[in-house]
Ligand binder design. Structure first.
Ligand SMILES: N[C@@H](CCC(=O)N[C@@H](CS)C(=O)NCC(=O)O)C(=O)O
Length: 231
């Protein structure tokens, strides 16, 4: 049986969603972030040396990296048609978004998170103005303009096709759900257009599972689960 090592509010919601789409049996082992540092508990390093989530175990296999896990599961279940056939333009777009999510979108969103935290961090009074000024300058000159550029790009691409790979839902939509939700949470109102566009194009894991109790207990997924909050 596949075991998902699930950290709260993390990329592993992608894996849970994919497993629901595939209709596979799985077990969830839950790990809680330290509320102050947001780091994963050290017990996750017993599963994989880097101690990041998601990680799955499947028999003797231990696999980390959400993109790799998605490719592994999708490859083993071609009947679910969650990847377009090789040799098609849809497949190329699928690969592009599958890699773009962690390669281009998430690093900028992580920088935004880090500099937001520096700006709001407790520190000696004499260091505060300098730290705040540097954090603001890096965000406004480097991070935020690039996030805005990427969100405009995503929005333009989603205007061309109903799903990231083309006319059909694919695992690339699952992989892209996390940066879009993170952008909405971290990048404020500029992201909300993209978020609502993506949500309209997304499928809720709970709707797929048909049982809200099976919903991953993350902030993002909880939003999808509450019918009144689903847009
Ligand atoms: N590129 C990796 C990123 C994994 C990652 O950074 N996971 C975060 C949660 S979203 C994590 O485990 N953070 C806790 C920590 O670093 O201690 C993936 O896509 O799986």
């Amino acid at each position: 049986m596949i075991v998902v090592h699930h950290l709260n509010n993390s990329r592993s919601q992608r894996v849970l969603w994919l497993l629901e789409e595939l209709g596979l049996a799985y077990e969830i082992k839950r790990y809680e972030r330290d509320p102050r540092t947001l780091r994963a508990p050290s017990s996750l390093r017993d599963v994989h040396p880097l101690g990041k989530s998601p990680v799955i175990t499947d028999g003797a296999l231990t696999l980390a990296e959400s993109g790799a896990i998605i490719e592994y599961l999708v490859d083993h279940h071609p009947e679910a048609k969650l990847a377009p056939p090789p040799g098609t333009p849809e497949r190329v777009r699928y690969l592009y978004w599958l890699h773009y999510a962690e390669g281009s979108a998430m690093p900028l969103l992580l920088l935004k998170l880090v500099f937001d935290r520096i700006e709001g961090a407790r520190m000696p009074f004499f260091a505060r103005p300098i730290a705040k000024s540097i954090a603001r300058r890096v965000k406004s000159s480097l991070v935020e303009p690039q996030i805005a550029q990427q969100l405009d790009y995503i929005e333009a691409q989603l205007a061309k096709y109903p799903w990231f790979a083309g006319d059909a839902f694919s695992a690339a939509d699952i992989q892209m759900s996390y940066p879009l939700e993170a952008a909405a949470a971290r990048a404020g109102s500029r992201a909300s257009r993209t978020r609502s566009g993506a949500r309209r194009r997304s499928r809720s894991p709970c709707r797929t599972a048909g049982d809200p109790r099976r919903c991953p207990s993350t902030t993002f997924a909880a939003g999808w689960c509450a019918p009144s909050r689903r847009t």
